[in-house]
Design a protein around this ligand. Structure first.
Ligand code: ACO
Length: 431
């Protein structure tokens, strides 16, 4: 980011003229700084969905949606998935650098120390109705953490960022696995000190007193990759929720809980589950073209789930990684999944159809992730939970950056479009 703006834009409104600085990001992206707009002209900016709005400066993640670039702290996502583990990426996002060996050992040890849930909280799981969606359980449980763990004020949590970060990343993983075990009526499995982050999660999910879980390195590797590609994505809906809620200086747990709630929506993190449901429906029906027609029909609310993205106007680099891993894994371990065949065909048809070409609609990260999660053995109602676990370091990193920047309380304006002034009729005499 350049220190002093060298370009300016002039905006004229009636008899007023305001000169607005143009700011430049590290990679040359330009933004019009309108912080002085209202004061100078009385105008506010109207931008529903924040399609044209940069809400902050951030040093965490860089995306070029036109070129399909995604980097965490400057490092391309393609290098990270090949060379490091999820825990390293978590540290990178929060601290800005990959950990050296000693730091990594310390951070891993902190993750282990913080992996146990307060025993009194464990009993909460017994009281959710059978069939509750694990995302609902998760957001509730995280919010409740503030009541169980002391020093949740923003300063204490920021001063002990490693501890805060390790606790939230580690405990949420345990909670997610417990929520799943409860949903299938099995006893919970406690975290193990000797296992890595992803292996530990898989063990808590799938180990049982009657069938010990065999940890397979190739599955642990896949989970690491899936977690890394989801770990951050700059100012997406849930991260923006984290920043908005966090700007009120609520505690980190409440902030993360808000992020999880935002992520649960089908237009955001819930899309990976919706993709599998859609692929299954298409498979049962057998007529792919019918669904492509439905997606293009403006009178039909159906959308091709896992397609399109607010930022990427080309192939989502994360989708490219997942598709590549899917093909490799299925081939190498002789897996098959009829939904992968359907997905390949849907992609092939859509990418040659003018409707999708003209609108730059390509597979997004969610299009193939569900297929890989199915191969790992993750049940469908846990897909969005997996996304949440992976996104935790990103949320924590943004929360930390935001409070460090002493950002103002987020409080947008509006253009009021309701009724004009009116009064209540006087009450009848004698009442
Ligand atoms: N299927 C069919 N048409 C689509 C799709 C789709 N998946 N996505 C966008 N379009 C069309 C819209 O109808 C619109 O057409 P129009 O210009 O003729 O009106 C045009 O493409 C632009 O779409 P918008 O909705 O304006 O794009 P926006 O950036 O607001 O939406 C979104 C992005 C929400 C992701 C959208 O593409 C979508 O709903 N996709 C399906 C849901 C999904 O996969 N979500 C996961 C996103 S990734 C993530 O959150 C991790």
């Amino acid at each position: 980011m350049s220190a002093e703006p060298s370009e300016f834009a002039t905006l004229k409104f009636r008899d007023k003229e305001v000169v607005l600085p143009v700011v430049t990001g590290t990679e040359g992206e330009k933004g019009l700084d309108i912080t002085g707009l209202r004061k100078s002209t009385g105008l506010v900016a109207l931008d529903p969905g924040f399609v044209n709005t940069a809400s902050c400066y951030s040093q965490i993640t860089y995306i070029d949606g036109e070129k399909g670039i995604l980097r965490y702290r400057g490092i391309p996502i393609e290098e990270l998935v090949q060379k490091v583990m999820f825990v390293d990426v978590a540290y990178l996002l929060v601290h800005g650098e990959l950990p050296d060996e000693e730091t990594r050992r310390e951070f891993s040890s902190q993750l282990n120390t913080n992996s146990l849930i307060h025993e009194d909280m464990r009993h909460f799981f017994d009281h959710f109705p059978k069939g509750s969606h694990p995302m609902h359980i998760l957001s509730t449980m995280i919010n409740a953490m503030a009541a169980f763990y002391p020093n949740v004020d923003i300063k204490s949590m920021a001063d002990n960022i490693d501890q805060s970060c390790a606790r939230v990343i580690s405990i949420v993983r345990t909670m997610a696995a417990f929520a799943y075990k409860k949903s299938i009526g099995e006893p919970v499995v406690y975290p193990r000190y000797d296992l890595s982050y992803c292996a530990n999660f898989l063990n808590m999910m799938f180990d049982s007193p009657v069938k010990p879980y065999q940890i397979r390195p190739e599955i642990v590797r896949l989970l690491n990759i899936l977690f890394i590609i989801h770990a951050d994505h700059e100012q997406n809906c849930s991260t923006s929720a984290v920043r908005v809620i966090g700007s009120a200086q609520v505690n980190l747990y409440a902030t993360i809980s808000a992020g999880i709630s935002a992520l649960s929506g089908p237009l955001h993190g819930g899309a990976n589950q919706a993709v599998i449901e859609m692929l299954r429906t298409i498979q049962e029906d057998g007529d792919i073209n019918k669904f492509i027609r439905m997606a293009k029909d403006k009178n039909n609310p159906f959308r091709l789930m896992g397609f399109g993205h607010r930022v990427y106007k080309t192939y989502d680099p994360r989708a490219a990684i997942v598709r590549g891993e899917c093909e490799k894994f299925f081939h190498q371990y002789k897996y098959s999944d009829p939904l992968l065949d359907v997905a390949r065909k849907v992609e092939e048809i859509a990418l040659t159809d003018p409707y999708f070409i003209e609108r730059h609609l390509y597979p997004n990260v969610d299009f193939y992730t569900g297929i890989l999660y199915r191969a790992i053995g993750i049940p469908e109602n846990m897909f969005t939970v997996m996304f949440a676990l992976a996104r935790l370091p990103g949320w924590v990193a943004h929360w930390r950056e935001m409070i460090g920047d002493s950002t103002k309380l987020v409080r947008p304006r509006q253009i009021y479009s309701g009724r004009g002034l009116r009064h209540i009729s006087p009450p009848d005499a004698g009442d």
